[in-house]
Design a protein. Structure first.
Length: 140
């Protein structure tokens, strides 16, 4: 497993609910932002994926809420890809306050969809490695 890639996000007031907590759906947005930031940092773009005839798909996502987040909180959102031998991969993420308090853990299972065949591609790590200018960010 590679070192976690991380992006900093500031919780915005309009993302909070009536209790002042970060809305539960926004945690997914933060996780997705970190994933796409990692792809970009590794040299993979949406256009590059589509050009190869593939697109990333989410198959399962679990969020464990640990501590509340409030407007103005700064958080670091990490992302680590875990590769297996099949058609899917795991993404393990944490959302941590600037003071080190763990606010949430996000785990997801994803794959790369062949946009023509509408099926998951075999060994997506190989394709990510081919497309990336910095595959080490994926632990490859």
């Amino acid at each position: 497993m590679s070192e976690p890639y991380s992006v900093r996000v500031t919780v915005r007031g309009y993302e909070t609910d009536v209790q002042g907590h970060l809305n539960q759906a926004v945690y997914l947005n933060y996780a997705e932002h970190a994933r796409w930031s990692l792809l970009q940092a590794a040299g993979i773009t949406q256009a590059g994926l589509v050009g190869r005839g593939v697109g990333p798909v989410a198959l399962e996502t679990t969020i464990r809420y640990r501590r509340e987040l409030l407007a103005g909180d700064e958080v670091d959102v990490t992302c680590v890809f875990e590769w297996g031998e099949g058609k899917t991969f795991r993404m393990v993420q944490s959302i941590t306050k600037a003071d080190g308090t763990l606010a949430a853990e996000v785990t997801a299972v994803g794959g790369l969809l062949d946009l023509k065949a509408r099926r998951l591609v075999d060994r997506p790590a190989e394709l990510f490695e081919q497309l990336a200018s910095a595959p080490e960010l994926f632990g490859l």
